[in-house]
Write a protein that binds this ligand. Structure first.
Ligand code: AMP
Length: 215
């Protein structure tokens, strides 16, 4: 299956993507994680992306689209993938369509995680990520690790992302409304959109998502 996950920052895309990708046996491709990996490795791409990320802005399409395309062309993604955080604007959605059409492929579904804005701000403020594996996500209140600051799964150090500060979160939400939300209509008109509520326990949301995808 080829799936796109959309939803505002803090909707739980990363958390759900990790579970869904495992259930569906497809790779989880997160452009945010790819940028963060480039930043920690000190690559030129990482250096170029960091300033945009720290400001809560989108990294320019000419950097993002090529990086996403390279990742989707890796052998493990030949049978399908779950995209998390890409596309984030209509130009990226069009580039993805073009790339898939060129390869004789198409998307199967676009899963939209719906959540209110107040909830999003609460979730992001308490979010903590594992330095070793950014698919291990915790929350100081909703999903607290057994030992503060330590990942339950691999004992990596937990940290707060630089772009999870309140001012940056507000800008990321603004960017989501103005630039990313238009892709919801874009996919709705293609009949691909599946919307579910992202409220509730993590495993309930995963089940809701799996049920919706089966339909
Ligand atoms: P995420 O981990 O998905 O929340 O992404 C973190 C940050 O990485 C975003 O706020 C953007 O600055 C950047 N980013 C991730 N994916 C994209 C994308 N598809 N287009 C542009 N910027 C992106």
């Amino acid at each position: 299956m080829r799936i796109v996950l959309v939803g505002p920052p803090g909707a739980g895309k990363g958390t759900q993507a990790a579970f869904l990708a495992k259930n569906l046996s497809i790779p989880h491709i997160s452009t945010g994680d790819l940028f963060r990996a480039n930043i920690s490795q000190g690559t030129e791409l990482g250096v170029r992306a960091k300033a945009f990320m720290d400001a809560g802005e989108l990294v320019p399409d000419e950097i993002t689209i090529g990086m996403a395309k390279d990742r989707m062309e890796q052998p493990d993604a030949a049978g399908g993938f779950l995209l998390d955080g890409f596309p984030r604007n209509v130009a990226q959605a069009e580039a993805l369509d073009e790339m898939l059409t060129g390869a004789g492929m198409k998307l199967d579904a676009v899963l939209d995680l719906e959540v209110e804005e107040d909830e999003v701000v609460k979730r992001i403020a308490g979010r903590r990520i594992c330095r070793r594996d950014s698919a291990h996500v915790f929350h100081v209140i909703y999903a607290a690790p057994k030992v503060e600051g330590v990942c339950d799964k691999c004992e990596g150090e937990l940290y707060q992302r630089d772009d999870d500060s309140e001012a940056t979160v507000r800008n990321r939400l603004e960017v989501y409304h103005t630039q990313t939300e238009p892709i919801i209509d874009y996919y709705k008109s293609q009949g691909l959109l599946v919307t579910i509520s992202a409220l509730g326990e993590v495993h309930e949301i995963t089940k809701r998502a799996m049920d919706a995808l089966k339909k």
